[in-house]
Design a protein around this ligand. Structure first.
Ligand code: T3D
Length: 253
């Protein structure tokens, strides 16, 4: 079964993260598939809008921790520079609107990906978790920048330190999320995507560049810096201990 499903609907491409048995956590294969799908969407003139969502009950749990458990020798900085950093830049640099359709829990690097999208539409039962501190890591995937921009430095740090969930309604009140839907969630996503897919395409692409320059001029630099800090965090014993604890709590030591 493919780790990323792709379908088209009224000028939009829907990219569905598809590892529901692992809470749609990103392994290397899924990250590469998403990178390629975004290139294809950018190059396809039939596509005016991209939707990223998750299959089953989760949006995504972020990085697949089993890859971290196996890869004792992995350099987190190198890994970030091959995976989430280019992905985040791709989302921001593509000349088409990208909607994150948040169908369930969204944690860690997946939170960064969702925050990098142009809009977020959330199911009322969904929630966000910064996630990193739970396994003794620093924020990456642009979370340090995006989250503090959306909710302010004090709140962003609080939710990083405490790892408390941010429920969809609170995320809406704080401006992280553009729309929250209950029974009408799917319709909100479809209507918004259809509207954005109609364009005006060239103006949308230029407008996105303007917002990037105005609001995120140092995004690339921050992503690189987060990678350097994450490398340091990954070498601290507490990180390995917490990853092991995550799996032993679930009976998978
Ligand atoms: O170098 C680098 O790239 C470093 C970068 C790191 C970036 C990161 O993303 S670090 C943060 C990693 N993510 C987490 O720490 C979050 C861990 N997961 C959770 O906290 C929870 O699962 C959720 C808040 C996401 C809740 O999701 P939910 O309730 O929809 O699912 P669940 O029931 O918790 O999990 C379902 C299964 O997925 C479960 O397996 P089981 O017990 O049914 O066999 C669980 O173990 C598994 N799972 C959940 N998260 C992960 C995972 N497996 C691998 N990796 C995960 N991250």
């Amino acid at each position: 079964m493919s780790t990323l499903l792709s379908s088209t609907q009224h000028g939009s491409v829907i990219l569905t993260l598809n590892r529901p048995e692992r809470a749609n956590a990103f392994n290397f294969e899924m990250t590469q598939a998403l990178q390629q799908a975004l290139v294809d969407a950018e190059n396809n003139p039939q596509v005016g809008c991209v939707i990223i969502t998750g299959s089953g009950k989760t949006f995504s749990a972020g990085q697949d921790l089993t890859e971290m458990k196996q890869g004792e020798e992995i350099s987190y900085n190198e890994h970030l520079n091959k995976t989430y950093n280019p992905l985040i830049l791709q989302i921001r640099n593509m000349g088409k609107p990208v909607i994150a359709a948040i169908n369930g829990a969204c944690a860690g690097a997946a939170f960064g990906i969702a925050l990098a999208c142009d809009l977020r539409i959330a199911k009322s039962t969904s929630y966000f978790v910064v996630g990193f501190s739970g396994i003794a890591l620093a924020p990456d995937s642009g979370v340090s920048l995006f989250l503090s921009k959306y909710i302010g430095l004090g709140r962003a740090q609080e939710y990083f330190y405490t790892n408390k969930p941010i429920p969809a309604q609170l995320a809406f009140d704080w401006g992280i999320v553009n729309r929250v839907g209950g029974f009408n969630y799917q319709r909100l996503v479809t209507q918004m995507a259809e509207e954005l897919a109609r364009g005006p395409r060239e103006a949308f692409a230029l407008g996105k560049k303007a917002f990037n320059k105005a609001y995120l001029p140092n995004l690339e630099e921050i992503l690189m810096y987060e990678g350097i800090l994450q490398e340091e965090a990954s070498k601290v014993e507490e990180h390995r201990r917490r990853v092991d604890a995550f799996f032993s709590r679930r009976g998978k030591s």
